[in-house]
Design a protein around this ligand. Structure first.
Ligand SMILES: [Zn+2]
Length: 248
């Protein structure tokens, strides 16, 4: 398919212009016009680009692209190396950040809820990005943490009494530890996100609401894969997801 048709389709599917984001969503680096092979990944790292180019990808679609607000705008250092590699091979980079967290079916949060057996009941927080719902069957914190670890293949860090009952859960993929207080305000038993900050421990300790840090990378692998599969089926494209090991 044509690159610009792919970009237009994604923009309307993900409602990319509805979000106030920290980076440009959509085409970030323009490559060849014709797209057959799409590579997906969490982050457009050098290793991911190497994999994708070796496979013969025409376009790379990621959750974490380039040109973040407040970053140094100059194309130097690792940014130069990454962009040079894309341009040299005429490969496009498309990035979708908040639109890919939030999409009601393909998004990181929707997919994470499905994977963990949480029935979604609503959303809250800035731009309605955080989900809340109820576990299909209530678990103790230690049982829920085990389930998270098995599902994401990474042991989470769980703060709270292991015996604490967990039924109502709020969750948001990635670095969304800043929403913990808002989640507590929703009356949940536990909040799950990718990363943890020092103060989250005290907030958990003094409110009794459990906090689970399940990995930034681990919680953001789902959306971009679902998008890649969707595009492959819809437009008869070839798709591969490249999962670079990342313990954070
Ligand atoms: Zn992220």
């Amino acid at each position: 398919m044509k690159l610009l048709d792919l970009c237009d389709y994604n923009a309307s599917l993900l409602q990319a212009d509805q979000f106030k984001d920290y980076c440009p969503n959509g085409l970030q680096v323009e490559g060849r016009n014709e797209v057959l092979r799409i590579a997906t990944a969490v982050t457009a790292s050098r290793q991911v680009l190497d994999y994708a180019i070796a496979w013969g990808a025409d376009a790379v679609i990621v959750h974490h692209g380039y040109f973040w607000r407040n970053e140094d705008a100059r194309i130097i250092g690792i940014k130069k190396n990454r962009i040079a590699e894309l341009l040299k091979h005429d490969v496009s980079l498309l990035a979708y950040h908040l639109p890919l967290d939030a999409h009601p079916e393909l998004g990181n949060n929707a997919e994470l809820g499905k994977l963990l057996g949480i029935k979604e009941l609503g959303r809250f927080g800035e731009q309605n990005i955080v989900c809340k719902g109820v576990l299909e069957s209530p678990l103790s914190l230690s049982q829920f943490a085990d389930k998270v670890g098995e599902s994401l293949q990474r042991a989470p860090q769980a703060i709270g009494s292991p015996d604490r009952g967990i039924r109502n859960v709020a969750w948001c993929s990635g670095g969304a530890q800043g929403y913990f207080e808002a989640a507590i305000g929703q009356g949940v038993d536990a909040y799950l996100t990718g990363e943890i900050s020092e103060q989250n421990f005290h907030l958990s300790n003094e409110t009794g609401v459990a906090f689970i840090a399940a990995g930034h990378h681990a919680t953001e692998r789902l959306g971009v894969q679902a998008l890649g599969e969707h595009l492959a089926q819809k437009f008869s494209l070839e798709h591969r997801f490249f999962d670079q090991e990342n313990p954070v």
